[in-house]
Structures are given as structure tokens and as C-alpha cells.
Ligand binder design. Structure first.
Ligand SMILES: Nc1ncnc2c1ncn2[C@@H]1O[C@H](COP(=O)(O)OP(=O)(O)OP(=O)(O)O)[C@@H](O)[C@H]1O
Length: 602
């Protein structure tokens, strides 16, 4: 149990090195002040003993000889104590200042570490709820915990120095007094660490519930959800769930808090009892004249302050244990294995080969049913491919594999005759302009919303313009109050909200922003766009994508039919492949769906 309790120091070293690399000067300053603040209390107690002894001595001499010469030593010691007290207060204040400065620096440092790590993670990891809990926990607590651990480590050093110096003073009285006091403190120490461990386990277990709570808060308080929440009268139900989650969590919290408080109090009685026994012993020794009055005053202060220093140390240790556990969570996250992409190739073997899927199969992690089975298809440079299929047939998954967001379980995908895995992933992604169904509506300006399509040209106004023209967003952008400089979304001051179709045109322009990309992937790019605009986009489509391979997913056959090649996917398998005419002649699934949609327009 003691060994388990000693794990309390496991992460102290890492936390201190984190604070050291954050600011060396502040760390050195903090360490020096800690030593001063640790040593001074005992010195002050010792000086107070000297004062009392000097006073007693002086009063004895005075009463013997009616002479006042011996007043000076007492006054000198009083002055000395005043100086020590001033220094102590100064060092304590200095420690507080250092801690405040470090709090800001460390918070930022750890948050940046977490965010940098998040940038290296795979989509697969974000979709894993257990992993997501880890990330949430790390973000929620860990930015304050490292500093807290550092503060407590330094606090403990300070307390330990005080206790050791108190101990040295006390050893003169009796070694046994020191031994008894140390032993009496052990039960509280062990109980503290045990309950801190329990608190942490509670915290980790309930990461899922806490996330649910955050989600419910978002649903109720975020502008994107407010319309449905109001119109469907979801407010009461959501709030009800929020409350019941809290009650469940509160029940566990209350239980632990009560047990921790009660045991903490009962066990601290043991050490208080020991303290007061020793106290009585000292009083007795003084009365018997074995120690001086000054000694007694010193021991008295040593005892009083020793006890409070000791209880501070215990609180530090309990807290450190918690901090350690939280930090283990942070380091778990930071050390989460990120699959290294080993591909280095920047050019393919045969640029005329384009994109080729060979018997590609893929099942999402945690899913029992394959999303894609034995997919084979070939798209040559400048060709346009449309992918058609029911909801959930695997179209988007195919795109995710092509963009290397996921890796096939079997089979291979080639670009320019080279396996995708061998490509340098950055080079590969630079070649692809993509718009997903759930594209992001950045709360940035219009220009930036388009510019993010090619971050190297984020602020390039000429490019914005060209991309906007291709994506059919130019005309409504011109009508916005500040054109490309208009802030979009409602989150920030002066933000302008767009309609669904207008947002989609922005997203489409974003894909065209990547003018160097020779692969354009459009997942339902026109689902919200009006018929006129769609007609115009696709009239120009060939011209504006002349040098690009296009993979287009759409449920609109007016769009699909313009492709050079159409692939029909059902339940993750390619069931038909050919041109529009070929597939119509085939009279299979495509023909059926096409005629069904056409009939709807007649
Ligand atoms: N991240 C995911 N994790 C697990 N399963 C997924 C995930 N995304 C999709 N799926 C499953 O994989 C299958 C294929 O989904 P996919 O998104 O590729 O369909 P889709 O053809 O693009 O559908 P839609 O026309 O509705 O966009 C579906 O059965 C879906 O439930």
C-alpha cells in the first residue's frame, strides 16, 4: 500500500521538466523562493526562543542588580525576527507571483501540445469513442494539472524543509517525539492517496457521461441546433436528460466526498492526539525545569506550525496523487501511437495510368459488415467518373480510401501506377481537391472560406475570384456587404449567415481553389444548389475541369450522365460499370433508377 502511495512522485519529474522547459528563469526563481520559504519558519521559531531566553535572562539580571544593560540582546533578536518575517512574507508573495505567471505559460504550452498531437492523429482515432474520451479528459483537466503538480511538488519541498528543520530543533528535545509524530501521520497519508485514486477512477469512468453532458449543453445552447430544438419542443426532454446525468454523477461524488472527509478527519485525530501528547510532555519537562522557557516557546511554535505544515504537506500529497493520475491521462494521450506513414514518393511510375482500384475491400473498425468489397475500377487522367448508389452503399467510403483517410484491408489503390501507401501523403493530398457532403462552414471571411482550399494561397485574392467563378458563388458574393471580406456565420460580430445552397457554392469554390490539383473529388456537390446554377455549373464543368480527373458522387442523374464513366455500387460492391448509354442499354439497376427519376419529372 505504501509503495502504491509512493507512486505519487511518478510524474513530478516530468511536470518539473515541463515547467523547466516552459520558463527556466521562473523555475529557478520559484525554486529559490521555495527554499527560502521552507527554511525561514524554523529560523523564526529559533529566534523567538532566543528572544524569550534573552528576556528571561535579562529580567533575572535586572531583578538582581537593578541595571538595564541587558535589554539590547532581546531587542536585537526582535529586530532579527522582524527581518526574517519580512523575508518570509516576501518569498511567499514571490511564489504566488511565479505561480500565476507559470499558470498562463503552462496552460498555453500544454494546450498547444495537445492540439499539435491532435493534428497528427488519424480520422480513425477521432471516430473511436474510447480514444475521444481520452482526448476530452486530456483537454479538460490537463492544462491546469501540470502546474498544479509543480506547485504541489515545490510546496511539498518547502513543507519538507520546514518539517526537517523543525525536526532538527525537536531532536534536541527527544528523538522519540519525532518518531512518534512521523508514525502518527502515516494513516492519514495512506488514506489520502487511496481516496485520491478513487476520485480519479470516477473521473475516468465517467468521461463518457461528461461528454454526453457537454453534448446536451451544445444542443440546447448552440445556434446550429436551436431551430429544431424549438420547433420540436426538445428543450424539456434535453434538459431532463442533462439533469438526470448530473444526479447520477452527483450521487457518486457525494458518496466519495463524505467518505473521504470522514476518514480524513478520523485518521487525522490520531496524529493530532500524538501531537498533543508530545505537547503535554514538553509542558511537563518545562515545569520540571529540564528545559528553558525559551525552549518551551520554541517547541510550542514548532508544534503549532509543525502541525499545520504537516497537514499542508498531506493535502499536497493527496492532491499530487490526483495530479499524477490526471497527468498519466495526458501522457497517455500525448504518447498515443500515431501510425507512421512511411510513403515518400512524390511522383508515380506511370503518370498516364491515373487512378486504379484493384480488389479493394474495407470494413470500418468496430463494424462487422464490410463497407466495400472487391472494388475494381480505373480512371485515366482527365476522365470524369460518376459513382451512383443507394444511401449507405459505400460511395463516400471509397473517397475516404482514395484520400488516404483510411487504408484498405485488402486490395490496392494505385495513383500513376504507384500504390497509394508509397506516396508521401502530403504530396498525394496536394493533388486532390475535395468537397465532402459534410463540408465545414468556417466562421471566417468569405475569402478565407474559399482560400482554405489551398492554404498556401489562403489570402490570394485573384485565386479567390477564379475559384468563386468556377464554383458559381461569385454573383452572390458580389452582393454581400463587404464582398470577399464579409465575415460568415453568426458566431462573431458582424457575421453574415448564408443559405444552404450558398454555403455549398462556397464549398465548391473551395475545391476549385486548389488549382494545382489534378484530381477533383465531389461528394454530392450540388445537392443544395438550385436547378439553374446546377445546369450552369455542369455546362461549364468540362471546360473548368479540363485537366482534372473527377470523381463525382451524386444522386442527380442530370449530373451523373455527363461523366465519361459511371460506376454503380450496391452494398459495397460494384454491380455495373460503363457510360450512360451503355448502362441504359444494359437495362440493369442504373437504367431502372434513371428511368424512375426521369419519370418523376414528366
Ligand atoms: N465512420 C464510420 N464508421 C463505421 N461505419 C461507417 C462509417 N461511415 C460509414 N459507415 C458505414 O459504411 C457504409 C457505407 O457508408 P458510406 O458513407 O460510404 O455510404 P454512401 O454510399 O456515401 O451513402 P450516402 O449516399 O448516404 O452518402 C454504411 O453502411 C455506413 O453505415
Amino acid at each position: 500500500m505504501l509503495r502504491q502511495s509512493l507512486t505519487v512522485f511518478r510524474y513530478s519529474g516530468r511536470a518539473v521538466s515541463l515547467v523547466w522547459t516552459t520558463s527556466r528563469s521562473l523555475t529557478i526563481f520559484l525554486a529559490s523562493l521555495t527554499i527560502v520559504a521552507g527554511l525561514l519558519p524554523a529560523a523564526i521559531s529559533y529566534i523567538s526562543k532566543l528572544i524569550v531566553d534573552a528576556v528571561v535572562f535579562a529580567s533575572q539580571v535586572n531583578s538582581d542588580s537593578n541595571d538595564f544593560v541587558n535589554i539590547y540582546p532581546s531587542l536585537f533578536y526582535v529586530g532579527l525576527e522582524a527581518i526574517a518575517v519580512i523575508l518570509l512574507a516576501g518569498s511567499q508573495r514571490g511564489i504566488i507571483i511565479c505561480q500565476s505567471l507559470l499558470r498562463a505559460l503552462m496552460g498555453q504550452r500544454v494546450n498547444v501540445l495537445i492540439l499539435e498531437k491532435a493534428l497528427t492523429l488519424d480520422l480513425r482515432q477521432f471516430e473511436d469513442s474510447e480514444f475521444y474520451d481520452k482526448l476530452t479528459n486530456a483537454r479538460r483537466e490537463a492544462s491546469v494539472r501540470p502546474l498544479s503538480l509543480v506547485n504541489r511538488t515545490f510546496g511539498l519541498v518547502q513543507n519538507a524543509l520546514s518539517l526537517i528543520t523543525y525536526g532538527i530543533l525537536l531532536v534536541n528535545f527527544s528523538v522519540w517525539a519525532v518518531v512518534v509524530l512521523v508514525l502518527a501521520a502515516m494513516p492519514v497519508f495512506i488514506a489520502e492517496t487511496k481516496f485520491a485514486g478513487e476520485a480519479f477512477r470516477l473521473f475516468s469512468w465517467r468521461a463518457a457521461e461528461t461528454r454526453q453532458q457537454h453534448y446536451l449543453e451544445n444542443l440546447i445552447a448552440r445556434e446550429d441546433f436551436v431551430t429544431e430544438v424549438k420547433l420540436y419542443h426538445l428543450g424539456e426532454m434535453l434538459l431532463g436528460r442533462y439533469r438526470s446525468l448530473f444526479e447520477q454523477l452527483y450521487g457518486e461524488d457525494r458518496d466519495l466526498t463524505l467518505r473521504r472527509g470522514l476518514w480524513g478527519y478520523l485518521l487525522s485525530l490520531v496524529s493530532t492526539g500524538a501531537f498533543y501528547l508530545a505537547y503535554a510532555w514538553i509542558v511537563l519537562e518545562t515545569v520540571l525545569g529540564r528545559i528553558s522557557l525559551g525552549d518551551m516557546t520554541m517547541y510550542l511554535t514548532v508544534f503549532r506550525q509543525g502541525q499545520s505544515t504537516f497537514s499542508n504537506a498531506l493535502t499536497s500529497i493527496g492532491g499530487m496523487y490526483e495530479d499524477n493520475l490526471y497527468l498519466s491521462n495526458l501522457y497517455d494521450f500525448l504518447e498515443e501511437e500515431v501510425p507512421k506513414s512511411w510513403g515518400k514518393a512524390t511522383i508515380g511510375l506511370n503518370p498516364q495510368d491515373g487512378i486504379r482500384f484493384e480488389n479493394v475491400s474495407f470494413t470500418y473498425p468496430g463494424s462487422s459488415k464490410p463497407a466495400l468489397t472487391n472494388i475494381s475500377l480505373h480512371l485515366k487522367p482527365r476522365e470524369k467518373l460518376a459513382i451512383v448508389g443507394e444511401n449507405g452503399s459505400g460511395k463516400t467510403t471509397l473517397i475516404k480510401l482514395l484520400t488516404r483517410l483510411y487504408t484498405p484491408d485488402s486490395g490496392r489503390i494505385f495513383l500513376d501506377g504507384l500504390d497509394l501507401q508509397e506516396w508521401d501523403v502530403d504530396v498525394l493530398r496536394r493533388r486532390i481537391g475535395v468537397i465532402f457532403q459534410n463540408f465545414v462552414r468556417y466562421q471566417f471571411t468569405v475569402g478565407e472560406n474559399i482560400g482554405v482550399g489551398d492554404v498556401e494561397h489562403l489570402e490570394n485574392k485573384t485565386r479567390w475570384q477564379t475559384a468563386a467563378e468556377k464554383g458559381m458563388s461569385q454573383s452572390f458574393i458580389d452582393q454581400l456587404p463587404q464582398s470577399f471580406q464579409t465575415q460568415l456565420g453568426r458566431w462573431f460580430k458582424g457575421g453574415q449567415e448564408l443559405s444552404g445552397g450558398q454555403w455549398q457554392k462556397i464549398a465548391l469554390s473551395r475545391a476549385f481553389m486548389r488549382s494545382q490539383a489534378d484530381i477533383l473529388v465531389l461528394d454530392e456537390p450540388t445537392s443544395a444548389i438550385d436547378a439553374q446554377a446546377e445546369f450552369e455549373i455542369f455546362n461549364h464543368f468540362r471546360a473548368i475541369t479540363q485537366n482534372q480527373m473527377v470523381l463525382l458522387i451524386s444522386h442527380r442523374f442530370s449530373t451523373v450522365r455527363m461523366a465519361d464513366k459511371i460506376v454503380v455500387i450496391e452494398n459495397g460492391e460494384v454491380i455495373e460499370q460503363g457510360t450512360h448509354e451503355e448502362l441504359l442499354q444494359l437495362g440493369g439497376r442504373y437504367a431502372k433508377l434513371f428511368l424512375l427519376q426521369a419519370a418523376g419529372y414528366q
